[in-house]
Design a protein around this ligand. Sequence first.
Ligand code: DX5
Ligand code: ZN
Length: 221
Amino acid sequence: MGIQISPSMLASDFANLADEARAVSNADWLHVDVMDNHFVPNLTVGLPVVEALANATSTPLDCHLMIEDPDRWAPGYVEAGAESVTFHVEAATAPVRLARELRAKGARAGLGLRPATPIDPYEDLLPELDMLLVMTVEPGFGGQAFLDMCLPKIRRTRELIAKHGLELWLQVDGGISADTIERCADAGADVFVAGSAVFKADDPNAMVDTLRASAEAASTS
Ligand code: DX5
Ligand code: ZN
């Protein structure tokens, strides 16, 4: 699939989501951060907003659920129109059952890991998934500084994906910018979430192109 860019709508103007989606029309996905004020200390949007955004854009939605009890809530995001739904392993009761349910409903299933959560205990789950999300900040807020300590886990995750011969995508999220994207691409990431870097840029679409070019150069070098 190659390099993909998924701008985080968290850094956009929530009063103009449809316009903001158009401002990043070069992106592969729109990343929507759903927070419940329990799994993370912040509250954002839920099903009605995701459904409205899905109806307002042709770019597929990449929903990142930072919520407790994803077993109960995640399938609803597929029904709301998300083409990719990522839940956190720290919050899921039955990650295999949930990933199968998301796939059966027609979405890509993603599994998210906080910075302190290792990948190795979840090696056996990899065939059940379409994407792994390695958080590169503590989830909850945009605009935080990239955590270099996550790079070995990105590398390790890419090794495990290769070991199993899987087509899994490897997403990074948090502090991704023109300054940090190359390190992540070099370590094996191929889907890049960027909030502030894209939406605070003078030309968000040009920044999407810049990030893509940097990641492509670093992943082939
Ligand atoms: C943080 C969210 C991120 C956030 C990234 O918990 O999951 O998607 O929007 O924002 P930046 O790119 O500004 O770090
Ligand atoms: Zn996110």
